[in-house]
Design a binder for this molecule. Structure first.
Ligand SMILES: *Cc1c(COP(=O)(O)O)cnc(C)c1O
Length: 360
């Protein structure tokens, strides 16, 4: 068996320990005589799995009791519609546009009401986070929306926007569990798990209980109502059962690593290796304003499309995979999520150094 260092933005690297455990339990989950994939989601055994997953997530993030944890489907993209359908009581919401995912969410919300773009960093190809300390928040806004870590552009909100009392809704798909978060500052935190937690197919939504109501926009499908999923404890219909099981294993793994404080320290150490090199390099440069740099997604360029392509191909030949930037921006991007070991980043930096020496 040989595994590569996988820098994919998502689906992305998972902890080897988790994959090994899942493999060992594949044919017979703890004496049940079946795989978790083959199990009724209403069985006692599965009940134990989903309850433990939620409890561990609550412990990791310190989720207050007045917040509900929902395991949903449809990808982060389905939340772009589910959020306005459930939360836009006044049919007004404010969106901060810091990249393609925020923009898509904003466009989707405009199908349901007045979605104001109250700030944007599109003028400089989303290479920074705008000042959000005093935004023109609409007095009728039902919520203020951000994409907290911009997977494609490699920026991250280091301070949350001043929402002037409105609930903050955050897409944390690509920074979920990468560092501690104060859940009480949000109305809703959600993310697709395939970036930093588990296999594609699961979306986790952490939502303040007073925001879960039956008062949703007319025509909202049953499956897209938070209340339905909350009342049924994420078992209204068949959930993405195997995916949730893997997420649960990743939560256990994170607890073993020392929790989110420890992850933050480790992620900062990994990111520093790469950013320090980018700052000193004469060939490569980072594309993001320094103070807004993401710990998870690190885009960089050589300035030549030809050299970029050569770099990506040669890196792949050395076992450093998926370093090509998003199709909309080009260049390179290293996604260094929780499960990317520091050895992977060291090897990448070493390879970049060699490539620079050979190509300048
Ligand atoms: C990947 C990503 C999405 C889209 O996720 P899907 O699960 O494919 O819908 C949305 N937001 C962010 C921040 C992402 O990184």
């Amino acid at each position: 068996m040989s595994r590569v260092y996988n820098f994919s933005a998502g689906p992305a690297v998972l902890p080897e320990e988790v994959l090994r455990e899942a493999a060992a339990e594949m044919m017979d989950y703890r004496g049940s005589g079946m795989s978790v994939m083959e199990m009724s989601h209403r069985s006692k055994v599965y009940q134990g799995i989903i309850e433990k997953a939620e409890a561990d997530l609550r412990e990791l993030m310190g989720i207050p009791d007045n917040y509900r944890v929902l395991f949903l489907q449809g990808g982060a993209s389905q939340q772009f519609a589910m959020i306005p359908m459930n939360l836009m009581k006044n049919r007004v919401a404010d969106y901060i546009i810091t990249g393609q995912w925020a923009k898509k969410a904003w466009k989707e919300a405009s199908l349901y009401g007045k979605a104001n773009a109250v700030a944007s960093s599109e003028d400089k190809t989303f290479s920074y986070i705008p000042d959000c300390s005093d935004l023109p928040i609409d007095p009728d806004a039902d919520y203020v929306y951000i994409c907290e870590n911009n997977t494609i552009y490699g920026t991250k909100f280091k301070t949350l926007p001043n929402t002037k009392g409105k609930p903050l809704v955050a897409d944390v798909s690509s920074c979920f569990l990468s560092e501690p978060a104060d859940v009480s500052k949000y109305g809703l935190i959600y993310g697709g798990v395939q970036k930093n937690i588990g296999p594609a197919g699961v979306v986790i939504a952490i939502i303040r209980e007073d925001l879960i109501t039956e008062d949703v926009l007319p025509g909202t499908p049953t499956m897209l109502r938070y209340k339905i999923h909350d009342d049924a404890k994420s078992l209204y219909n068949t959930p993405p059962a195997y995916g949730i099981y893997i997420c649960g294993k990743v939560f256990e793994w994170l607890k073993k690593q020392g929790g989110l404080e420890a992850m933050k320290e480790y992620n900062e150490k990994k990111a520093k290796l790469l950013y320090d090199f980018l700052d000193e390099s004469k060939l490569f440069s980072g594309t993001v304003r320094r103070e807004d740099r993401s710990l998870m997604n690190v885009p960089f360029v050589t300035g030549s499309d030809e050299l970029d392509a050569k770099f990506v191909a040669e890196a792949k030949a050395c076992g450093l995979e998926n370093l090509k930037g998003h199709r909309s921006v080009g260049g390179m991007r290293a996604s260094i999520y929780n499960a990317m070991p520091i050895e992977g980043v060291e090897k990448l930096v070493e390879f970049m150094r060699q490539f620079e020496a050979a190509n300048r």
